[in-house]
Design a protein around this ligand. Structure first.
Ligand code: FAD
Ligand code: SF4
Length: 276
C-alpha cells in the first residue's frame, strides 16, 4: 500500500458490524482505524443504575456521554448503543439464531440453501461471542415456564442463549475462557440483571472483550469520542474523511468545548486491492 495513505481502512462505529470488520481486516494486515462516536468504558465506569444519566444516556447536546443512544424520529424514539463496543454495551446479551420461517422466506429461499450456507458463520460468531445457555433458571423464568404449561405450550419453553460467561461459581475470576490466552481474563456472571446499563462485572461478552480486544492486538487503532461527520472522494484518489473530535478525556469533569477538525487521508484505492 502507498505510504502516503495513513490508513487502508477506516471503520465507522465499533458495534457488532464494525468490530468484526476491524478484526478481520487487521488480521489480514490492513492498517485499520475505527472511529467511534462514544467513550471507552472500563467495567467500573458503567452506570450503577439507569438514573446515573452521565454514564447511561448518550445525549451529547446536553453533555451526556453514556451508552444508551436515543434517536428521536417522527413519532418514534429509536434506542441503540454508543461507546467502544456499540450496542454490545447496552444490549441484553441474548443471541438467537433465526428459525425455519426465516430461511424459507420467498424473497431469498430460491437463491441458496441459506441454513447450510450460513451455518459456519453462525458457528464462528457463536464461538467468538461465547454463546451458551448455562445460566440457572431465575424465578421469572420459572414463572414463564408455568404460564407456558398452563397454556398447553410447555414444550416451547427453552433457556435463552446468551453471550455471557456463566461459570460454576458466580463472580469467580476466570483466566481467558475463550481465546486460549489471547483474550482478556474474565469473571462469571453474578446474575445482577444489570446487563442493559452495562456490565460492571466483566461477565457480559461485550465486543471490547472479544472482537475489539483481538483487533487491537492485531494492530487496529480505535479512536473513541470521534464522530465521522462527512465522507467524500478526494481529488487524486482515496477518500477524504472529516471527523469531529471532542477530547473529553482531557478533563472528564468538564464538558469540552474542543471541536477539532481533521482531514484524514484515507483509505482504499481500487489499485491497492490486489496487494492485500
Ligand atoms: C436496549 C437494547 C437491548 C438490545 N438487546 C439485544 C439482545 O439481547 N440481543 C440482540 O441480538 N440484539 C439486541 N439489541 C440489538 C443490538 O444491540 C443491535 O442489533 C446491534 O448492536 C446492531 O449492531 P450494529 O453493528 O449495526 O450497530 P451498533 O452496535 O449500534 O454500533 C454502532 C456504533 O457506531 C457508532 N456510530 C454511529 N454513528 C457514528 C459516526 N457517524 N461516527 C462514529 N461512530 C458512529 C455508535 O456510537 C455505535 O457505537 C438490543 C438493542 C438495544 C438498544
Ligand atoms: S454480571 Fe450482571 S450485568 Fe454482568 S452479565 Fe451478569 S447479569 Fe448481566
Amino acid at each position: 500500500m502507498s505510504s502516503s495513505y495513513e490508513w487502508d481502512v477506516v471503520v465507522v462505529g465499533s458495534g457488532f458490524g464494525g468490530s468484526v470488520t476491524a478484526l478481520r481486516l487487521a488480521e489480514k494486515g490492513y492498517r485499520v482505524l475505527v472511529c467511534e462516536a462514544g467513550r471507552r468504558f472500563a467495567d467500573d465506569e458503567h452506570a450503577k443504575t439507569s438514573w446515573d444519566l452521565r454514564s447511561y444516556v448518550w445525549l451529547p447536546a446536553v453533555g451526556l456521554y453514556g451508552i444508551q443512544r436515543f434517536t428521536f424520529l417522527n413519532g418514534l424514539v429509536a434506542l441503540s448503543g454508543a461507546g467502544v463496543g456499540g450496542g454490545s454495551l447496552n444490549y441484553s446479551g441474548t443471541l438467537f439464531q433465526p428459525g425455519d420461517a426465516y430461511y424459507r422466506h420467498p424473497q431469498w429461499a430460491h437463491i441458496a440453501d441459506w441454513r447450510s450456507e450460513l451455518a459456519p458463520f453462525y458457528d464462528q460468531a457463536r464461538r467468538m461471542l461465547g454463546v451458551n445457555a448455562d445460566q440457572p433458571l431465575s424465578e421469572g423464568d420459572e414463572a414463564l415456564r408455568r404460564v407456558a404449561e398452563r397454556m398447553g405450550a410447555g414444550g416451547t419453553f427453552t433457556k435463552v442463549p446468551v453471550g455471557i460467561l456463566n461459570g460454576p461459581i458466580p463472580g469467580q475470576p476466570v483466566e481467558d475462557p475463550y481465546f486460549g490466552g489471547a483474550g482478556p481474563d474474565r469473571r462469571s456472571c453474578i446474575y445482577c440483571g444489570a446487563c442493559m446499563t452495562g456490565c460492571r462485572h466483566n461477565a457480559k461478552n461485550t465486543l471490547p472483550k472479544n472482537y475489539l480486544h483481538l483487533a487491537e492486538r492485531a494492530g487496529a487503532t480505535i479512536a473513541p469520542m470521534t464522530t465521522v461527520e462527512a465522507v467524500a472522494p478526494r481529488a487524486g484518489g482515496g477518500t477524504r474523511w472529516r471527523r469531529c473530535r471532542r477530547d473529553r478525556g482531557v478533563d472528564p469533569g468538564r464538558r469540552s468545548p474542543l471541536i477539532r477538525w481533521y482531514s484524514l487521508q484515507a483509505c482504499w484505492r481500487p489499485s491497492d486491492s490486489s496487494s492485500g
